[in-house]
Design a protein around this ligand. Structure first.
Ligand code: ATP
Ligand code: MG
Length: 377
């Protein structure tokens, strides 16, 4: 990578990460009955006809990293029809290049996760082992989805880049659950407000880290947009989850009777949101569909760059149906950026020829046919 400006030079200083997915064994996931594949650290290109199983392969990789699908909220939906469970076992490239096994078994009745041969009890303990990102038509847009989706986007990113965030988030969630339980049982005010101190303490930390993250992201996003959508100015605006004119402590006190009536806490960081404005307009009403996709790419790339600058690099970036999602300029830009950052990439497309593997030091191609995946040698 050549250092032509300050930002690129800075990234040059960060050694290319040894992260990613070394190999994967899939059993009974969607239309893939069984597959055993080894990947390279660079570009992994997956092609095949419509309905062959390309997105299913990416979904399996995503499920391994995030223990949930990007296509459905029904956790057992990917189990192959007629089967009772799916299994995914990957060899994850950990820091220092060490390979560690990560295994998931999902049946209609439950989930079992093993990392490095130990059972994993709390999924938040898995964070950072194999962080994956996806761009696909199924990805709910950060522009059109509800606040919950944007909060998840923020939380997922912060779990990786801020070590203190997970603990704050767990403390906040616990205090909120207890406070809501006290509201539901119509407890005395004293027994409700007993949780406020813990809630407020964790909320202050979460609020600060989210604001700092979005400020940093906003700078990186603007840089991406210079190349991808010249002339578009985007603002990221964070909303705390309580009225801006008062503190959370005041909001909780003032709203106690309403909280009692609704049996839940109305104000707090569990209600926060952020908005993206393009040229001072709402993105969903102002930008074309193509611009929204490009903006999403810029947003995801900015996130990847931020992760790298904090030395918590991404495990793999999955690009589903790349050529139908993006124009040629955006396709080139996203692939070039990921290549420079040393991120492992998986790309699916119907024909195998619109991505040029020449720029990639490491490249592997796979062909999918009726759920059978073969490496093309
Ligand atoms: N739980 C399941 N069990 C078995 N097959 C399934 C299951 N869920 C979906 N399928 C089938 O898996 C097949 C592959 O779907 P997939 O979305 O992976 O194809 P694709 O190669 O990405 O196609 P496209 O090019 O159209 O995006 C489809 O025919 C679909 O009907
Ligand atoms: Mg597909």
């Amino acid at each position: 990578m050549s250092g032509t400006n300050g930002q690129v030079a800075h990234l040059d200083a960060v050694e290319k990460p040894e992260r990613g997915l070394h190999s994967l064994t899939v059993r009974d996931f969607r239309n893939i009955e069984s597959a055993s594949l080894s990947f390279c650290n660079g570009l992994n290109l997956v092609h095949g006809e419509n309905g062959s199983g390309k997105t299913s392969l990416l979904e399996a990789i995503y499920c391994l990293g995030r223990v949930r699908s990007f296509r459905t909220h029904h956790a057992d939906q990917p189990i192959r029809y007629g089967q009772s469970a799916y299994q995914l076992v990957g060899q994850i490239v950990a820091q220092g290049g060490k390979l560690l096994p990560l295994g998931i078994e999902r049946s209609g009745t439950g989930l079992t996760v093993h990392f490095n041969s130990e059972p994993v009890r709390r999924l938040s303990d898995l964070a950072g082992n194999f962080p994956v990102q996806i761009l696909s038509a199924d990805t709910t847009s950060i522009f059109n989805g509800g606040p919950r989706f944007r909060r998840q986007t923020l939380d997922w990113a912060l779990f990786h880049v801020e070590h203190s965030y997970r603990e704050l988030w767990q403390r906040y969630s616990r205090a909120l659950r207890q406070r809501n339980a006290a509201l539901r049982t119509q407890s005395a005010t004293r027994l409700i407000r007993i949780w406020d101190e813990e809630l407020l303490d964790a909320a202050v930390g979460i609020d600060r880290l989210r604001r700092e993250y979005l400020e940093e992201l906003s700078v990186l996003l603007s840089t991406e947009l210079v190349a991808l959508l010249p002339g578009m100015e985007v603002r990221l605006r964070y909303q705390s989850g309580w009225p801006a004119s008062i503190t959370l402590s005041e909001a909780l006190a003032a709203n106690l009777e309403k909280d009692r009536a609704q049996a839940s806490t109305q104000y707090g960081v569990h209600r926060s949101d952020f908005q993206l404005q393009a040229n001072n307009h709402e993105v969903s009403g102002h930008c074309s569909r193509g611009q929204q996709k490009t903006l999403l790419v810029a947003f995801l790339l900015a996130q990847v760059r931020l992760q790298h600058s904090r030395r918590t690099p991404l495990g793999a970036f999955l690009l589903d149906d790349l050529s139908s999602e993006l124009d040629v300029l955006a396709q080139r830009r996203v692939l070039q950026a990921l290549q420079e950052l040393g991120v492992q990439v998986f790309v699916t497309q119907i024909a195998g020829d619109s991505v040029d593997p020449a720029d990639w030091g490491e490249f592997r191609a796979f062909h999918v046919e009726h759920g059978t995946v073969h490496e093309v040698l």
